[in-house]
Design a protein around this ligand. Structure first.
Ligand SMILES: [Fe+2]
Length: 312
């Protein structure tokens, strides 16, 4: 297996016009903790995560601002930057001291579709704590999924340029490949890419402590009046449980738990799971059936941030 420069997913930064509503939702209902904020930005931590924040919200036109990943040290940041330069990756800025409150050293660049990505190290982090039994709050950010209008091209770039590996894929009889689950460490997926009508955020997913906490979390969100678009169920790819909701900005947000880890990556053979099999989507059979209507719920709005660096 080739050595990876990206060690893990750190955070997702999003912008939306109804910033106040989105911020309220994540703090009052979803269970994230605001660690820093002003009238235009909010940095939100998950209690069980060492990252200083796992979500950053910003008031503005709706877009993905950026996705942050970690590298293990400065040497990896610097050499990865050189590697990407040699592969003609379009840079936003070279490795430097980062200006966000958790510090760090890193660089920003655009992926093949124009999403802004950040690779950093030496970020300050926070003192996490174990999430308690029956405590219905996220432990950490689990994964981020993008829609792309060109699944093959986007996926190949993430494999060749960033060093991700395909863990499993969803396929359909008439559409062929529909989604690829990508890993950068032993977690089955930290990123996934889905075939959609345009480039956009498909969903962001938060890991709960276990089944009990995941169930309580889902119930809490339902009682808050939030619409559940798909769930409660258990996927085949990744073996994780799922409950998908629509947040106030129209993004799909997921509570999940028990995502598989791939202990022996060299021995792992990716599966092509056909969505025709009902167990591919939901092993339990408890979720509403996946349909074209349900799938469309996560197409989301066209991302207005492509090839435009976020202001912070
Ligand atoms: Fe997910």
């Amino acid at each position: 297996m080739t050595e990876r420069k990206i060690s893990h997913l750190r955070y997702l930064a999003l912008a939306m016009p109804n910033f106040e509503e989105e911020r309220d939702f994540f703090i009052k209902h979803w269970g994230l903790i605001e660690v820093k904020g002003d009238e235009n930005t909010s940095y939100l931590a998950a209690a069980g995560s060492d990252e200083a924040y796992v979500v950053r919200l910003r008031k503005g036109e709706k877009r993905i601002d950026l996705v942050g990943f970690a590298a293990k040290d400065r040497a990896d940041v610097d050499s990865f930057y050189q590697e990407l330069l040699a592969k003609d990756v379009q840079m936003v800025h070279p490795p430097q001291a980062l200006s966000q409150f958790d510090g760090g050293y890193g660089f920003r660049f655009f992926d093949v579709d124009g999403r802004t990505l950040e690779i950093s190290t030496e970020n300050k982090g926070q003192a996490s704590r174990p999430v308690k039994e029956r405590e219905a709050i996220p432990v950490k950010l689990s994964h981020v999924v993008f829609n792309t209008s060109n699944l093959a091209k986007t996926t190949q770039w993430w494999l060749d340029v960033l060093g991700f590996s395909i863990s499993d894929s969803l396929v359909s009889d008439h559409m062929g490949d529909m989604m690829h689950f990508l890993r950068c460490n032993k977690a089955h997926h930290s990123i996934a890419v889905a075939q959609g009508p345009h480039h956009s955020l498909h969903h962001m997913s938060f890991e709960m402590r276990g089944i009990e906490e995941w169930m309580r979390g889902a119930g809490k969100i339902l009682r808050a009046g939030t619409r559940m678009v798909w769930g409660l169920g258990r996927h085949n790819a990744g073996d994780n449980t799922f409950a998908y909701f629509i947040d106030p900005a129209g993004n799909t947000v997921e509570y999940t738990t028990e995502l598989a880890t791939i202990e022996d990556e060299d021995a792992w053979e990716p599966h092509k799971l056909n969505i025709r099999e009902v167990s591919t989507q939901d092993q339990w059979g408890t979720a509403n059936p996946m349909s074209e209507f349900v799938a469309r719920e996560s197409f989301n709005d066209v991302d207005h941030g492509l090839f435009v660096a976020p202001p912070l």
